[in-house]
Design a protein around this ligand. Structure first.
Ligand code: NAD
Length: 263
């Protein structure tokens, strides 16, 4: 098997990002796994990669600890990718955080707003700028090179949750970011897609598990179950395999039908 192509999945030490990174590894991508607080990948994670990649597995992935909200961390990450692999085919902007504390809109703090916006919007916005410029350069030099950018936003892009306004605004901003980059990069044939996950079982939703269990029972989604990180990873797989062609700036809903207006 050839391992030519390279994919960066931000925030891929757990949850949705991890499922996406592993799916891409299965598809023979060399993956850059990224997290903010993890110093090195756990043995368990490495074992899974070893199983997927087989021989010489440690040369086929790269773990980079980098806080995407920090410009210097993003620069270091890019340098490391260039040194290790010399190319980038797929960027998945997945890293994201909820507010540390859910607070009513009328009590919201500027500190939390700034933190959430930096990680969920400003970081991905400028990371995409830098990676897109690199992709444009690579386009001139590589044959059979079809780069793709995928943003993981949320149903919060269009759903009001007045106890975490900053999260909703950051995700709505990401939806505009998808449109902007899709428009700007179309001339270089770099498509930009957005996946809007619904309620997905991860560390992020662990604290509100009981609340959501009840909401599923009450029918908050037409498909009455939790979403899984693998559901999102399969959508990424469909995109990178080219099964959504002649398309850019599009939103794919992986939300059990949550976005439908119902009577
Ligand atoms: P998670 O907490 O399991 O994973 C978040 C990942 O992001 C981790 O790997 C973490 O290390 C990383 N991360 C956090 N801050 C970072 C930073 N500053 N720099 C780099 N990496 C950072 O959460 P998840 O549920 O898998 O969420 C992944 C993405 O999906 C987020 O953008 C989230 O907003 C979005 N999302 C989640 C749900 C859900 O229900 N879980 C729904 C819609 C959208």
């Amino acid at each position: 098997m050839e391992y030519t192509k390279v994919a960066l999945v931000t925030g891929s030490t757990s949850g949705i990002g991890k499922a996406i990174a592993l799916e891409l590894a299965k598809l023979s991508y060399r993956v850059i796994i990224n997290g903010a607080s993890t110093k090195e990948l756990s043995d368990k994670y490495r074992k899974i990669l070893e199983h997927l990649y087989n021989e010489n597995f440690s040369a086929k992935y790269l773990y980079v600890q980098a806080d995407i909200s920090k410009r210097s961390d993003r620069e270091v990450m890019l340098t490391k990718i260039k040194q290790a692999f010399g190319r980038i085919d797929i960027l998945v902007n997945n890293a994201g955080i909820p507010p540390t504390e859910r607070k009513d809109l009328l009590e919201a703090s500027e500190e939390s707003f700034e933190r959430v916006m930096k990680v969920n919007l400003q970081g991905p916005y400028f990371l995409t700028r830098d990676i897109a410029k690199w992709m444009i350069k690579l386009k001139k030099n590589l044959n059979q090179y079809n780069p793709i950018i995928i943003n993981i936003s949320s149903i919060s892009s269009f759903t009001s949750s007045p106890n975490r306004g900053e999260y909703c605004i950051s995700k709505a901003g990401m939806t505009m970011m998808t449109k902007l980059y899709a428009d700007r990069l179309a001339e270089y044939e770099i498509p930009v897609y957005e996946i809007q996950p619904g309620i997905i079982k991860t560390r992020m939703t662990k604290v509100v598990e009981e609340k959501y269990n009840k909401l599923f029972e009450q029918g908050i989604t037409p498909i009455k179950r939790w979403g899984l990180p693998e559901d999102v990873a399969k959508a990424v797989k469909a995109i990178v395999l080219g099964y959504i062609p002649y398309s850019t700036g599009d939103i794919i809903h992986i939300d059990g039908g949550f976005h439908l207006k119902r009577l």
